[in-house]
Design a protein around this ligand. Structure first.
Ligand SMILES: *Cc1c(COP(=O)(O)O)cnc(C)c1O
Length: 411
């Protein structure tokens, strides 16, 4: 793994240490936007006429607008400390690319971003943001790499996928000097950095003299969900939790690895360059429909979160983008804040649970991580308002064929 990652991040990836101190340089950068606020959505509760209490912790306050800088900052810091000069990465909707560009700017590293082509074309302002933070951005598949060239030969119109962009970023990294690769989700060290949100949330909800019965988040690769959930789960298994918290992870029906995929070994990327990961996956050859929640278009899910789903510690759900955006509209009507389409998938489950409480009369406490704002996602809202949004649900036979392709990895 030293071909891709700096030593400290590999150490964190495989360590059995329970807590790792946050370096002062990282704390100082976090102070730009941390602690992030937790709000009680009283107006949403009132609108739904629910006895449930709804809290959301809001990661849209980071300069790039999502939870992703929580790991981009420490990753950039550890790489700089080990003398690395450039980081390569992929980005889907652009949130990860802009977060790493931001972190690279803080710690004086060059950043090269391979951006999934469909997003490169649909989300031009994220691209500009990365440029403002000093990063270079290529649409993926690109002709900067062998795998990109090969995919373009087979299909010049390829919309790209996260898996392809990961392969390009890794290829660029291993062929360059003083360059490492950086991943914005899925891996243990990424989930670990994200637990800053759950640790803050424990303190914040105690200040409100409350405790969550239910914790809900959206899942792309799993990092924002694990960030809010894992610290509460730790309290739960230690018998320190005030309540038997129930965890709900919401994926997109366009990339439904938890609910339709298989728990098995697979590559993290289309080019088969990563180590094999045991996770819920749709197969590394899976190319999802071009949904607006670009952050939820990955074929696999974090090994830690996958194991928790497998063990029944987390309830997985899948929602399509029309239901998600409808939930976002309800949230906006009450709270004003415009959520990212990814976060909207979690909000759909929040509203479902709040309406269940209305039926049963239970006053449950629901906590969600609102992973980012949607102010760069006006195209998604425009499509929704124009009634042009497709409720993409991936066909079962398409899933079966890409899952079949990985059977030989698991004799
Ligand atoms: C990237 C992203 C996600 C999904 O990624 P995870 O690693 O599962 O958190 C969710 N919400 C937003 C706003 C994102 O940018």
């Amino acid at each position: 793994m030293e071909a891709f990652f700096c030593k400290e991040l590999i150490r964190q990836e495989v360590t059995s240490e329970r807590f790792i101190p946050i370096p002062e340089e990282v704390r100082e950068a976090y102070r730009i936007y941390r602690p992030s606020p937790m709000f009680r959505a009283i107006r949403l509760e009132r609108l739904l006429k629910t006895p449930a209490k709804i809290y959301y912790k809001y990661e849209g306050v980071s300069p790039p607008g999502s939870h992703k800088p929580n790991t981009a900052i420490p990753q950039a810091f550890y790489n700089q400390k080990e003398g690395i000069q450039r980081l390569t990465t992929e980005t889907g909707a652009g949130q990860w690319g802009s977060s790493l560009a931001f972190a690279g700017m803080i710690f004086d590293l060059k950043v090269t971003v391979y951006m999934v082509k469909v997003s490169y074309d649909n989300k031009p302002y994220r691209k500009v943001m990365m440029g403002v933070y000093g990063a270079e951005v290529f649409p993926s598949p690109s002709n900067k790499t062998q795998i990109g060239k090969k995919i373009l030969e087979d299909d010049p119109e390829s919309p790209g996928s996260l898996g392809i962009a990961i392969s390009e970023a890794i290829e660029d990294c291993v062929n360059s000097k003083n360059t490492k690769y950086s991943l914005g989700s899925v891996l243990n060290h990424v989930l670990h950095h994200q637990t800053i949100t759950g640790q803050e949330a424990i303190e914040q909800i105690k200040m409100a003299e409350d405790y969550p019965d239910i914790i809900i988040g959206c899942v792309g690769g799993g990092s924002n969900f694990a960030g809010i959930a894992n610290p509460f789960y730790y309290e739960k298994i230690r018998g320190k939790a005030v309540k038997e918290t129930h965890f709900i992870a919401v994926e997109s029906t366009a990339a439904p690895s938890f609910t339709e995929g298989e728990y098995t070994y697979d590559f993290g990327d289309t080019g088969c360059m990563t180590p094999l990961l045991k996770m819920y996956t749709l197969g590394h050859g899976f190319i999802p429909d071009p949904i607006h929640a670009g952050g939820l278009r990955y074929h696999g899910k974090a090994p830690i979160t996958s194991l928790m789903v497998k063990n029944g510690d987390i309830e997985p759900r899948a929602h399509h983008q029309v239901d998600a955006m409808q939930a976002a509209m309800t949230f906006i009507q009450a709270e004003g804040l415009i959520p990212a389409p990814e976060s909207a998938h979690g909000l759909k489950a929040v509203i479902d649970e709040a309406l269940k409480c209305k039926k049963t009369g239970e006053s449950k406490t629901i906590l969600t991580l609102l992973s980012g704002h949607g102010y760069f996602d006006m195209k998604a809202y425009e499509s929704f308002l124009g009634g042009k949004l497709e409720p993409y649900i991936m066909a079962k036979d398409k899933i079966e064929s890409t899952v079949n392709e990985i059977r030989h990895l698991n004799p």
